[in-house]
Design a protein around this ligand. Sequence first.
Ligand code: NAD
Length: 260
Amino acid sequence: MLKGRVALITGSTGGIGRVMAEKLAAQGAAVMLNGFGDAAAIETLRNRIADEYGVAVAYHGADMTKPDEIADLVASTERELGPVDILINNAGIQHTALCEDFPPEKWDAILAINLSAAFHTTRLTVAGMKRRGWGRVINTASVHGLIASVEKSAYTAAKHGIVGLTKVVALETATYGVTCNAICPGFVGTELIEPQIMARAAETGGSREDGIRALLAAKQPSLTMVEPEQIGDIVVFLCSPAASQITGIALPVDGGWTAQ
Ligand code: NAD
């Protein structure tokens, strides 16, 4: 379905982003990987996706807090793979603390990676999508783009911000064959929530599994983690012709969290 398309996925060396990259490659898209991690492991991932799906796969280690590196990421994608047709703004970090205890440098980093980076990648790619008459911008927001939780001031502010950015870009691209949507997952079992799991485990005096159960019981009515594969399949759906009239939405994928 996506043969000939080029997808840039930020934060795709691990977690949800890696699965998104694989799902898009499986549909025939060339993919640009981005993120941190062990160089050899990233090279193995790059080769495996290329071999398994027969598509071009590149990697760029841009730090998403740095606008000049983001510009280089986009330029490298265009040089190595071609113009960006599918932009997935997925890189994200978390830090939890009460507002009065929140380290200002953590606030700045969360706003930079989880929000401003998406502005930069979008500003650098969306004109080309409009010119070519086809494009997909998909932002990994969170349930925290729609509602709040204690100790997540920066994350909630950034994710609410990216839902707002999503709506504006959707309006500005609506007549150009370009859509822009946000996906709002509840808890997904990745590295990002590991500190929260372990904090719950410590609170309950139980195991890591007890920590997971407590975390889900507090927020996610399905009592089941969202799978990265499910988010990846939703990304593929949003790139499909069936979704060409879906734009500007913030789609909860949260086991009922935001229905409460
Ligand atoms: P993860 O920690 O497993 O992966 C994050 C990815 O981002 C990694 O590839 C990492 O190297 C990369 N990254 C981190 N800082 C970076 C930086 N400065 N520059 C470039 N890359 C950077 O996390 P995840 O759970 O896969 O998170 C992906 C997205 O999903 C994030 O935006 C996160 O907020 C969102 N999300 C996650 C959950 C969850 O429960 N895990 C829920 C809702 C939303």
